[in-house]
Design a protein around this ligand. Structure first.
Ligand code: GEK
Ligand code: PPY
Length: 242
């Protein structure tokens, strides 16, 4: 079980730049569910959308799988389907938490995890590629080639589901959306100190693009259709079909 996220609550001279280390991994499930609006809805949408496919097997690659939440949902919600579930993450501490969760559950499918970067991991024949809140951590210059590789790996009928924190092209509107997001975090029990320290730690680590920039990248990668499936102020989920 993830511990309560109090990572940024005390002044700690060691913590500067955000990274997916042991300290983050230990609290990650609590951190992401309290920090990402619509997170539970995105997770629920994964088996709903994958379950619509007539692929057999349904092969799902989760890029930036963290503690395996989406893959676990898929297995639990689609017990009768033939699923191949593969999670990729370059943080071993996150994958250790994932393994711990998998050991405590009795799931109907095997979930394979791979410690690698999404830029170098090679995969093919995917029904579904998930990339929820992960592209924002990939250097901007690497994003076009990664999206093209994902596009080329997806079988006819399949899709990519991608969620991102998004920026607004207009600075005043962007400031307003960020303030609304900080209000959301206050309602989730985070203090001013925790909010501002995490904002500083994420600077130059989490680099959001605008909704239109993301749609353009997705289209340039060769996806036939992309639509905004869910949106909460500065968070968006894109359904991208081949
Ligand atoms: N280049 C990279 N290569 C591989 N993994 C990476 C890379 N950069 C970051 N990661 C990994 O991407 C994950 C991002 S979290 C995803 C949540 C999950 N999808 C969820 O739906 O619960 C989102 C967040 O923390 O905001 C972390 O586990 C990183 O280690
Ligand atoms: O907390 C934030 O500011 C976020 O953008 C969400 C988040 C969630 C988990 C790790 C990093 C960022």
């Amino acid at each position: 079980m993830a511990q309560i996220d109090r990572l940024f609550s005390e002044i700690d001279p060691d913590s500067g730049t955000f990274s997916f280390d042991e300290n983050v991994a230990r609290v990650f499930d609590d951190m992401i569910s309290r920090s990402v609006p619509l997170y539970a809805d995105v997770q629920r949408s994964v088996p709903m959308l994958a379950g619509l496919l007539d692929h057999d097997p349904i092969r799902v690659i989760d890029l930036g799988c963290s503690t395996g939440t989406s893959l676990i949902h898929l297995s639990a919600m689609l017990p009768q389907r033939n699923l191949e579930l593969i999670g990729v993450d370059n943080s071993q501490p996150m994958l250790d938490q994932c393994e711990e969760k998998l050991e405590s559950l009795d799931l109907p499918h095997r979930i394979e995890t791979v410690c690698d970067t999404v830029q170098s991991f090679e995969f093919e024949n995917a029904s579904v590629v998930l990339m929820n809140y992960t592209l924002q951590f990939v250097p901007e210059g690497d994003r076009p080639a990664l999206l093209s590789r994902i596009r080329d790996s997806i079988r006819p009928g399949g899709f990519m589901l991608i969620s991102e924190k998004v920026a607004h092209e207009q600075a005043t509107m962007d400031d307003a959306l960020v303030e609304l997001y900080f209000e959301y975090k206050r309602r989730q029990g985070y203090s001013e100190l925790e909010i501002s320290r995490k904002r500083d730690a994420l600077e130059n680590v989490l680099i959001p693009l605008t909704t239109d920039q993301n749609l353009e990248l997705i289209s340039d990668a060769g996806f036939a259709r992309a639509e905004v499936l869910l949106k909460w102020f500065n968070f968006a989920t894109f359904l991208c079909r081949v």
